[in-house]
Design a protein around this ligand. Structure first.
Ligand SMILES: [Zn+2]
Length: 291
């Protein structure tokens, strides 16, 4: 169950990107952890109630009031903010969501929909022009409200994500590109990092899983981990609205080899990069290097 499936009623956005992906969310997580650990939430304002998936907007506001942030985790593209009463504040930035740490006197950006007032005087703003994001306040151990979160596949940057784990995730007959986008198979990968990983691995995105050799899976495994790690080091990819907590853009988009480079030369072989729609999403690849 992917997050996008939960939102299928509003899912007609073939060429619009599901940013941020794992690297961008991880960067925000690290910054949030640094800025928020130990901070107390004095109050919360919800300007757009439908962004609150669980419980009710009122229950959400009441539940957050007075809570202290213990730590900030991540699962796939979800931010998980641990609170002192055991609840978890979950935030998914959707396609265009961002979090901004602001001084209360400062001007609020347009499309600020949720404001977390911190006791120390700062405000954490949830800003989202297209409002595909969501947030929830989950009780300890209650997994029902966000099923997609708990049906999530392994985390590709964790130590225990071995080649054997990936091989297990890539069973079946679907196309390898679709499989990499499926959050229940591997967590956190979206269109950008699937395309970049497959190019680096030299695998045609249209290939079917049951035809992949162990060597090819090993190449995908290495490529996924390299591409995601490099993207984090480069501040993520800012191809549309992505900015980090400090309002800064990433620079990994400059290193994209195929993503959104249709008609350009492949940096590896000089061939022409092509675009093809797979599972309703544009895929960019080099037919020459990717077999
Ligand atoms: Zn090429």
């Amino acid at each position: 169950m992917m997050h996008s499936m939960l939102r299928s009623g509003r899912n007609a956005y073939e060429d619009v990107e599901t940013l941020p992906e794992l690297p961008e969310v991880e960067i925000i997580r690290r910054q949030l952890e640094k800025e928020l650990a130990g901070a107390r939430i004095a109050a919360c304002e919800v300007g757009l109630p439908r962004l609150v998936t669980y419980p009710t907007p009122l229950g959400y506001r009441r539940g957050l009031k007075g809570r202290r942030v213990e730590g900030v985790g991540r699962r796939g593209k979800y931010l998980l903010i641990g609170l002192d009463d055991g609840h978890e504040l979950v935030i998914h930035l959707g396609m265009t969501g961002s979090l901004v740490l602001a001084e209360p006197a400062g001007e609020r950006p347009r499309h600020t929909h949720i404001v977390f007032h911190l006791e120390d005087g700062r405000d954490l703003l949830y800003v989202d022009p297209r409002t595909f994001g969501e947030t929830a306040l989950l009780r300890p151990g209650d997994r029902s409200p966000l099923r997609g979160l708990y049906a999530m596949g392994p985390e590709p940057l964790e130590k225990n994500f071995t080649c054997a784990v990936l091989e297990d995730s890539l069973r079946g007959k679907c196309r390898v590109k679709s499989a990499l986008l499926d959050q229940s198979r591997v967590a956190g990968i979206g269109n950008i990092y699937a395309d970049e990983s497959l190019h680096r691995a030299g695998i045609d995105p249209l290939r079917r899983l049951d035809g992949l050799t162990p060597d090819e899976i090993e190449r995908i495994h290495r490529a996924v981990r390299e591409v995601l790690s490099e993207a984090i080091l480069r501040g993520g990819s800012s191809v549309s609205d992505y900015i980090d907590l400090r309002g800064e853009r990433g620079s990994f988009q400059d290193s994209h080899r195929v993503y959104r480079r249709e008609g350009e030369r492949c940096p590896s072989c000089g061939g022409t990069i092509r675009r093809e729609v797979i599972s309703g999403r544009s895929s960019y690849f080099c037919p020459n290097c990717q077999k």
